[in-house]
Write a protein that binds this ligand. Structure first.
Ligand code: ZN
Length: 295
């Protein structure tokens, strides 16, 4: 088993990241797996070096140690040639085209293929999309159960590179997960809807191996919205300043998603105890299990 912890340096670490780290390290350590650290700085406009430094510093303070990807630091921004090569591979077998639609023009999740047959030249200021293969993607999520997606209908033609020249999250992550031989993708349930399109894109890139997916619960604010990086009350930095120890911060995150009853300290080296069974065969105890939810 090989999984990854993949923060974006667009803000400081907060309790939502700590929840993800608990699941990533917990499930990996419970089944003898490895954790790869990957800095997802594909968006060159929103990412900042000071956030990267603070994420690494907070992660080390918490005690979550990656097995790979730290020395040297694995960054998406250093992998331009890998994404370019994948783009050429995709272009050789599929319809990749330039798109000059603005974000405003493409309201909603689905792109209906406005520029598909316009034959625009791929130049600065234009994005790149790929026509998605039709069909249904199914996967059995470790926490959410069986899920079906139809990417060509749900998202339409996927954006690979945006108008500013940044590789998109969907493209960079799919290429990286293949190249880095990730067998288990463990992330928050807000990303469950991305899974079908990533599986489809993965196959269109010529890869037939499929990873396992585990989409875990998110910490929600009282109003039901998910935490944002700007939420000062849940930032790891703020909790450190308030005098909390690393196990107290981890315990707070674990309690917020119901992994432990009540707030009690939990050390990073002990998170595997929350996940007693082997990930490849069973749903770990403590995970909230949904059935039949299909997004
Ligand atoms: Zn367009």
């Amino acid at each position: 088993m090989r999984t990854r912890f993949a923060p974006s340096p667009t803000g400081h670490l907060h309790l939502g990241h700590v929840v993800n780290a608990i699941y990533v390290w917990g499930l990996a350590r419970a089944s003898g797996g490895r954790v790869l650290l990957r800095m997802e700085d594909h968006d060159r406009i929103r990412c900042r070096p000071e956030y990267e430094a603070s994420i690494l510093e907070d992660l080390a303070w918490l005690g979550f140690e990656p097995d790979e990807g730290l020395h040297p630091l694995l960054r998406q921004s250093d992998r331009q040639d890998v994404y370019q090569e994948a783009l050429e591979r995709l272009r050789a077998a599929h319809h990749v085209y330039a798109c000059d639609c603005s974000r405003k023009q493409t309201t909603g999740e689905r792109y209906i293929g406005v520029c598909r047959d316009r034959r625009l030249a791929p130049e600065t200021g234009r994005g790149l999309r790929v026509q998605m293969d039709a069909g249904i993607e199914t996967f059995d999520d470790l926490f959410l159960g069986p899920i079906e997606h139809e990417p060509a209908v749900q998202c339409g033609d996927l954006l690979l590179r945006d108008r500013d020249g940044n590789w998109t999250y969907q493209f960079a992550v799919t290429v990286d997960d293949v190249a880095q031989q990730i067998t288990h993708i463990i992330r928050g349930e807000d990303l469950a809807s991305s899974t079908g399109r990533q599986l489809c894109l993965r196959r269109m890139l010529g890869n037939t191996e499929r990873p396992r997916f585990a989409h875990h619960p998110l910490i929600l604010k009282p109003g039901g919205e998910k935490l944002s990086k700007s939420a000062a009350d849940v930032g790891v930095r703020a909790l450190r300043r308030a005098g909390l120890s690393p196990p107290e911060v981890i315990g707070r995150a674990a309690a917020a998603v119901g992994l432990i009853q009540g707030i009690e300290p939990l050390a990073a080296c002990d998170v595997a105890q929350l996940f007693g069974s082997r990930i490849t065969t069973d749903v770990p105890p403590g995970g909230r299990i949904h059935r039949g939810s299909s997004r």
